[in-house]
Design a protein. Structure first.
Lengths: 76, 213
């Protein structure tokens, strides 16, 4: 099991908005996949899957704001 | 060695495909790329874009032959048109610094340095991204990042017809746009601007891009 965490995006970036999930809960994903796209003012950032498995427990919907370090979802 | 691609005047979505292919190649370990192009008049909406900042409806814009594309970059609505030099750096930030703000700040620095070479005094605006000359905006920045490889980039008004900006509220701001040609009161040699941009880019990012590869 692995958490998908909102990573450090740079100095002064404290939070990011969820632009869109590329997968739904229950989908099989691999470390080759970008799972979720974040947006912070003028930049988008794709978060890759940290492990192979099934996407579970999406914690934030599209358009919601999350802090750096937040658990966005899990992979089982 | 890093490579420079000059696509000339090219449809927005075709250039987007070129970017995507370059991003994939750089992720797989290929050389970084600096893509230059100009786009025929087109509007693009970033992830945070609001249609409120379109000053005509999308239907009306399409009737006038202006396409609107919703794309995966940060930021608001922006406009590309002939005479605007668009640069898409496909840079691996794993080799530079994994910091989105640092990268955009450095991109601004490249444009400021370019403008200095043309004796145009440019600056940043507090809490905004982009490059200003006095109170007018000359360059807009919006980026995307995948596995810390960058795409999208910067649009620099060189010989742009500024009347086109009447279609939008650029970047969602009540801002007046300017161009290098307006500031110098003469048409600018865009090939020279490209050469100068590469020089400024190499200086700021410590890269080794060379024209004509």
């Amino acid at each position: 099991m692995a958490d998908i965490i909102l990573p450090e995006l740079g100095e002064g970036v404290k939070e990011a908005t969820i632009a869109c999930w590329h997968f739904s809960e229950g989908d099989t994903i691999t470390t080759e996949d970008d799972v979720v796209e974040l947006v912070t003012d003028k930049a988008t950032f794709n978060v890759p899957a940290p492990a192979n498995g099934t996407l579970k427990d999406i914690q934030y919907k599209d358009g919601e704001l999350a802090a750096i370090g937040s658990v966005l979802a899990r992979i089982e | 060695m890093d490579k420079v691609l000059d696509l000339g005047t090219i449809d927005y979505l075709t250039a987007y495909e070129v970017q995507k292919n370059c991003v994939r190649d750089v992720i797989n370990g290929d050389e970084q790329a600096l893509i230059f192009c100009e786009h025929p008049l087109v509007l693009t909406m970033g992830r945070l874009a609001s249609t409120e900042h379109l000053l005509l409806s999308e239907d009306e814009l399409v009737k006038q032959g202006v396409n609107v594309h919703y794309i995966d970059r940060g930021g608001e609505v922006t406009l590309h048109t002939q005479g605007q030099m668009v640069v898409y750096p496909i840079l691996d930030l794993n080799k530079h610094k994994k910091d989105l703000h640092w990268y955009m700040h450095q991109l601004e620095e490249v444009v400021i340095d370019l403008l200095t070479q043309f004796a145009i005094v440019a600056r940043r605006e507090k809490d905004q991204t982009g490059v200003w000359v006095r109170a007018k905006k000359l360059a807009s920045i919006g980026i995307g990042v995948k596995k810390w490889v960058t795409y999208h980039g910067v649009g620099i008004n060189i010989n742009t017809d500024l009347n086109d900006f009447q279609l939008i509220r650029p970047c969602g701001l009540d801002v007046t746009m300017t161009s290098m040609a307006t500031e110098k009161n003469q048409t600018i040699d865009i090939l020279r601007a490209k050469t100068m941009f590469i020089r400024s880019f190499n200086k700021v990012f410590q890269t080794q891009f060379k024209k004509g590869q």
